[in-house]
Design a protein around this ligand. Sequence first.
Ligand SMILES: Nc1ncnc2c1ncn2[C@@H]1O[C@H](COP(=O)(O)OP(=O)(O)OP(=O)(O)O)[C@@H](O)[C@H]1O
Ligand SMILES: [Mg+2]
Length: 511
Amino acid sequence: MRLGIDFGTTRTVVAAVRGGRYPVASFQTADGFTEYLPGWAAFEEGQLQLGADVAVLPGIPLVRSVKATITGAAPDETVAALPGGRYSALELLTRYLVHVRQMLIDRSNLDIDPGEELEAMIAVPAHASTRQRYLTIEAFSRAGFTVAGLVNEPTAGAIEYARHTLGALSPRSQKRYVVVYDLGGGTFDTAAVSLVDRHFDLLGSEGIARLGGNNFDEVLADLVLEELGRSQEEVGERTYAHLLERCRLAKESLNPSSRRVLVDVAELFPVDQVVVNTSELYQRTTPLIERTLGAVQSILGALVEHGIDPENPREMGAVYLVGGSVQFPAVQRLLRTRFGRKVQLAPQPHAATAIGLAIAADPNAEIFVREVPTRHFGVWREGDLGREKIFDPIIEKRIGDEPQGPVRVERVYHPAHAVGRLRFVECTALGEDGQPQGEVTPWETILFPYDPALADRADLEPFCGGRGPSELQEEIVETYEYTPSGLIRIAIENRTRGYRREYVLGSSAHL
Ligand SMILES: Nc1ncnc2c1ncn2[C@@H]1O[C@H](COP(=O)(O)OP(=O)(O)OP(=O)(O)O)[C@@H](O)[C@H]1O
Ligand SMILES: [Mg+2]
């Protein structure tokens, strides 16, 4: 069976491919039928509990988001938030995805045979590092899925938009661009995607980590505590965690005409419920939502710079709202005030990404996805002895609609050292001096023996910093390949002597 799996910060949603339709999986859980699995992990009674198996009462989930926990982690890094068990980021994610797979087989409405191959199209946030891409693909494979491909989340949203808006993806459609606005539980992402002739290109994206529906829950919890005259410290972590859950449920019941929100606090406090005026809640959440509008504005600005007119409805299809939190009434209201009729709400906002992925997994839909690097990728090299590190930007982040093929970059040089120490990093921006700025994600360091006398050595650390023999005349060639799924393959070769090493960025060992 082919599936689209949206592994989100707070929830995992799955859609299937079924004869031109893309039904959303529903799971039988302790809370009845749900169209998602929570992204939780907890260590309870000596056992790792995951997703739908984590009991909210009485235990507190120790990890409220498996995805947030592994984001930025190296695959073999131990997850500190689960003190009961020692799990690496890769193990934890694999175990979580095994749970997802098992739930699909045992407790979903999809009628999957236990031995059936599950071919999954998966996604990561547009700004995800290469390391996170690698970790995600690797964990899905280890959990028993066949990974059909990895795309950026907003691209999946755009595919879903195109399917029901442009009628069977008509090649004659005039609309060439859509801005996807994805507000989930824990993160916000916005991206411009071009859709011409069933080709989907991610033109550029902006994201705000740690901004989503969870923040609205916190604001509501603050209001409830204020009403009760209590503070977060006073009530303790455990009660606060339960209160957040109650606030989330109350928030999800809101509709645009709700004047008040009732939070059920029986069992937590001596009163049964607390009533909060929605006007107060919306007012306090407005600054958070304003931040997302700023990001959309900068995406629109970038489109203008590339000759695209967002005001022309023939060019710009919509600001398309996906993600569970776009159902929060204040979000839609603010967006409509700012962007007017351009705003369009996905019919199933919580499942739009998963449905888009299922469409991408469907060979009959004939979707073509082309992605551009969404971060700058480069390397800090050793300067001449005693000198500063030099930053070499190898693959630059791009925006615009210039034709883009697979990216392949080569560097050829004659080294001065016995061992090359290459410190890879990704960053969201480059300064005027060409140095990494913004969010910088340090990568692993690769050591390569320039000196042929060291060619077969595994441990090169002791030789670092030393000059190569003065007669060292080696020609070194580095090749970088940016694969369609966003991984970077590196080959370093001593061309003079004919030996090479290959690496996939994200995996710790060289191949
Ligand atoms: N009807 C609703 N009204 C308001 N908020 C809602 C509603 N339904 C779901 N949400 C909120 O949507 C969020 C989950 O959205 P979604 O499933 O898109 O997130 P995610 O994909 O897990 O997270 P992210 O995109 O941040 O990785 C939660 O905060 C949830 O409370
Ligand atoms: Mg999401």
